[in-house]
Design a protein around this ligand. Structure first.
Ligand SMILES: Cc1cc2nc3c(=O)[nH]c(=O)nc-3n(C[C@H](O)[C@H](O)[C@H](O)COP(=O)(O)O)c2cc1C
Length: 201
């Protein structure tokens, strides 16, 4: 049995967010194929995700030594480390990821829990895990010069790799806010791609 974290980062609610619609279709298919798995939904806007506490970083690292799983920051890192798979649903915002998702990553990328420092530099501690990033974008980042400006999917792929999660798939939907686009067709294509990705996840 696998533990799956479904990490949702959008200020738009259920029914309004196209990102969530695509990710929900992936999750629905995944659950049908893997009824024994535990899927834990983390709607980040509902979780009071903290910023790293001012003046208390040393205290936080002492709490890591004590393996304090109830610590307001570390509880997210322990939960992350105990999961096997991650499904992320994010829109691109201002070329990057929504700030709440970055705040969550700051709670999760904790030395001693999800990565560690060695004499050869940092190494990830999250092994044999996989992630899928379901990302939507108003513009089109599939080719240069826009491709280089994209820092949402790229950042997430890099930070997951940093924690040891190199099996990282992206399902991107571009052009959603281009007025001449047939957004229904774009979304239908994404629902299909999400469904097709579920069996091998
Ligand atoms: C605050 C904000 C910033 C955005 N910045 C970008 C951006 O930098 N590039 C882009 O292509 N789209 C941008 N968009 C458009 C969204 O990415 C797009 O509408 C969204 O992915 C659609 O998914 P949703 O319906 O789930 O929100 C932005 C939207 C908002 C609300």
């Amino acid at each position: 049995m696998s533990k799956v974290l479904y990490i949702k980062a959008n200020a738009k609610g259920e029914g309004e967010s196209r990102t969530f619609q695509i990710a929900d279709s992936f999750i629905k298919e995944y659950k049908q194929l893997n009824p024994q798995d535990e899927v834990i939904e983390l709607d980040l806007y509902d979780l009071n995700i903290p910023f790293l506490p001012k003046g208390k970083l040393n205290e936080m690292h002492e709490a890591v030594m004590q393996k304090d799983k109830n610590h307001p920051v570390l509880k997210f890192a322990y939960q992350f480390a105990e999961a096997d798979k991650y499904v992320i649903a994010e829109p691109i915002w201002n070329l990057g990821l929504p700030a709440i998702l970055k705040a969550y990553i700051d709670c999760v990328a904790i030395s001693g829990i999800t990565f560690t420092y060695t004499e050869n530099g940092p190494v990830g501690l999250c092994h044999n895990k996989k992630a899928i990033n379901i990302i939507t974008r108003g513009g089109d980042y599939s080719a240069e010069p826009m491709e280089s400006l994209e820092m949402a999917d790229k950042y997430l792929r890099n930070i997951f790799g940093f924690m040891g999660i190199t099996d990282f798939t992206t399902i991107a939907t571009d052009r959603l806010d281009i007025v001449t686009e047939d957004t229904t067709a774009l979304l239908n294509d994404s629902f299909e791609r999400a469904k097709t990705a579920a069996p091998s996840f």
